[in-house]
Design a binder for this molecule. Structure first.
Ligand SMILES: *[C@@H]1O[C@H](CO)[C@@H](O)[C@H](O)[C@H]1NC(C)=O
Ligand SMILES: *[C@@H]1O[C@H](CO)[C@@H](O)[C@H](O)[C@H]1NC(C)=O
Ligand SMILES: *[C@@H]1O[C@H](CO)[C@@H](O)[C@H](O)[C@H]1NC(C)=O
Ligand SMILES: *[C@@H]1O[C@H](CO)[C@@H](O)[C@H](O)[C@H]1NC(C)=O
Length: 349
């Protein structure tokens, strides 16, 4: 199959890759079902896909956005999940409990979330409604921005807040593909994504990088000197400088064995990068040592812990969900988000 791929045209290649990805995904799910290990599931009462997680300044949560457009809050065992916030266009009758991706453009799809601890505000990147903010007590979100430089946001995705300045950094993964078509965006090599920031004092969005190949999650370093961006389309993590002589420039931070989704800083200042899929072999490139295309190996990485220098410190293997979109480490507990599972996974270290 590799040899054939080498000599086919780009469209055929894309279609073949799509089949490889789909075959891989279904095989992977079957395997993972056999191997579910000892993690707890915080099962959502309705809807699915807790893609990103955030905790408030009191340690409450996690909060997460789900498939029907709501942001919900975990209140602990016994109390379970409670509604926290919705977009102003959210329509209860149409949206509540939906996992239909065709309804996302009506109901919204909150992805990246982060609190600004100084005010308690929750910032949200909604794939369909752009940049939102929710007051500390929840309720109806306020829309802060829907585009930048005359280009509407099309797939707002990853988000983090600089806790020193209150500036919000976020990605718009593609100007051409909607969220429900993200696999196509990746295999077609779409490179229309952007990194932006929003300054709450000036109420202004600034485009920082253009032409990225599906920029996804992002995380600011513990000393706020740089931020990392998961570039899904290239299986890389990029480092964008926020201070110092290289301020405003970026470089490659790490090459990954799979397609990265979200990236989160841990309490030690290191980073957890969640991988949605193994890297597909294209143009005869060899797969990494971590896993092989098509037939998922026993050692399938779902997340990597990276040092501040981009070195792989730990590989989290298929211990948990079929697709892990985020790994958040807090006080000895690991929280696992997923774009399609009906629960948040959790286990203690
Ligand atoms: C999505 O919703 C349908 C019907 O509402 C249900 O049958 C299906 O199991 C749900 N899918 C997931 C992944 O929960
Ligand atoms: C970094 O550069 C940005 C413009 O790209 C500027 O607004 C900011 O003040 C600079 N930060 C520092 C710490 O120099
Ligand atoms: C950030 O993390 C690094 C690496 O763990 C650590 O050495 C450093 O002290 C941390 N800095 C701050 C400001 O927390
Ligand atoms: C961290 O976990 C320990 C043990 O579970 C608990 O006693 C402590 O209160 C937790 N600390 C925070 C800040 O949550």
């Amino acid at each position: 199959m590799e040899a054939k791929l080498l000599s086919t045209d780009p469209t055929t290649l894309a279609v073949l890759t799509l089949f490889a990805l789909l075959a891989f995904t279904s095989g992977f799910q079957q395997k993972a079902m056999d191997k579910l290990l000892n993690f707890d599931r915080l099962v959502l009462s309705s809807a699915v896909g807790p893609e990103s997680l955030a905790f408030d300044h009191l340690g409450g949560g996690p909060y997460t956005g789900v498939s029907d457009g709501r942001i919900v809050k975990w209140q602990g065992q016994g109390l379970g999940w409670a509604d926290f916030a919705v977009h102003s266009k959210y329509r209860e009758r149409v949206c509540h409990g939906s996992n239909d991706s065709m309804l996302e453009s009506i109901c919204g799809r909150p992805l990246g979330l982060q609190f600004y601890k100084a005010t308690g505000d929750l910032y949200v990147a909604d794939a369909y409604f752009g940049l939102l903010v929710v007051a500390p007590n929840g309720g109806v979100a306020t829309q802060l921005a829907t585009g930048a430089d005359g280009q509407p946001f099309n797939l707002a995705n990853g988000l983090d807040v600089d806790q020193e300045t209150g500036v919000v950094y976020f990605t718009d993964s593609s100007t051409r593909f909607r969220r429900r078509d993200y696999i196509l965006a990746v295999i077609m090599g779409d490179a229309t994504g952007r990194l932006m920031n929003y300054d709450p004092k000036a109420k202004k969005v600034t485009v920082l990088i253009r032409g990225l190949a599906f920029p996804n999650g992002l995380a600011i370093s513990n000393d706020t000197t740089f931020l990392l961006i998961a570039e899904t389309g290239t299986c890389r993590v990029l480092k964008y400088w926020l201070q110092g002589p290289r301020n405003g420039t970026f470089e490659v931070f790490a090459e990954l064995p799979g397609y990265p989704d979200n990236i989160k800083r841990n309490p030690g200042g290191e980073f957890w990068v969640a991988l949605n899929q193994d890297k597909v072999q294209l143009n005869g490139q060899t797969a990494s040592d971590f896993g092989k295309t098509g037939e998922p190996s026993e050692h399938h990485p779902v997340a990597l812990r990276l040092s501040q220098e981009g070195k792989v410190l730990e590989v989290l293997e298929r211990r948990a969900a079929t697709s892990v979109s985020e790994v958040e480490e807090r006080n000895g507990t690991m929280w696992l988000g997923s774009v399609d599972m009906p629960y948040v996974g959790v286990y203690t270290l």
